[in-house]
Unconditional design. Structure first.
Length: 199
């Protein structure tokens, strides 16, 4: 038999996760059965189980992908806009998150996954690790701004990273519950809160 390529495996995995996102957004995690996921993906149980042993593993994979996407959006913005204020960086990040939400339902899936992490120890532990990684990456971005005096040296980069995560999570929560119109002015507000430094 011909060997299955990495590209094929990645595409099949993404196909399953996209199907799961659609099903979870319609019915929620708990009301969606594995049979629902098989039907949504139009795949046999064996084809899905080859990639994910169970629904919990699919939830974790979606959560990891979401965290990775948010971190990548931040990295992209900071690389494309070196020396910009944190307000401008955050504004660009939430604009990208809002656009991404149109394609993947990022916000709604995120809120459901956070809720699941409170009652599921395995998902909760994984979320804690992912959040710590995101906080570390954001702290590195903030440290660069502190070194150029775009941000004050105190408080610590880690503390400021926690505030940034609060902004991003709050944006996702409002996007999921209230819709994009309710957060349309968030980028402008972020730039007003954190304007460019006079230094």
């Amino acid at each position: 038999m011909p060997k299955v390529s990495d590209r094929y495996r990645d595409a099949r995995r993404e196909h399953i996760l996209n199907a799961a996102r659609r099903a979870f957004l319609r019915h929620g995690f708990h009301a969606t059965s594995m049979n629902d996921l098989f039907a949504e993906a139009k795949l046999s149980s064996g084809a899905v189980y080859r990639y994910f042993p169970g629904k919990e593993d699919i939830v974790l994979a979606i959560a990891e992908d979401n965290m990775r996407e948010v971190a990548q959006l931040i990295r992209t913005v900071t690389e494309e806009r070196p020396g910009e204020s944190i307000g401008t960086v955050l504004a660009a990040a939430v604009e990208l998150i809002t656009l991404k939400n149109q394609d993947t339902g990022l916000a709604g899936i995120g809120v459901q996954a956070w809720s699941e992490s409170l009652s599921n120890p395995r998902i909760g532990m994984a979320f804690g690790q992912m959040l710590s990684t995101l906080r570390t990456e954001l702290a590195e971005v903030i440290s660069r701004h502190q070194r150029t005096a775009a941000l004050p040296a105190d408080p610590s980069a880690e503390a400021l990273a926690g505030v940034m995560i609060g902004v991003l999570v709050g944006h996702l929560l409002q996007l999921a519950l209230l819709g994009p119109e309710a957060v349309a002015d968030t980028p402008t507000a972020l730039k007003a809160l954190w304007p460019p430094s006079d230094h």
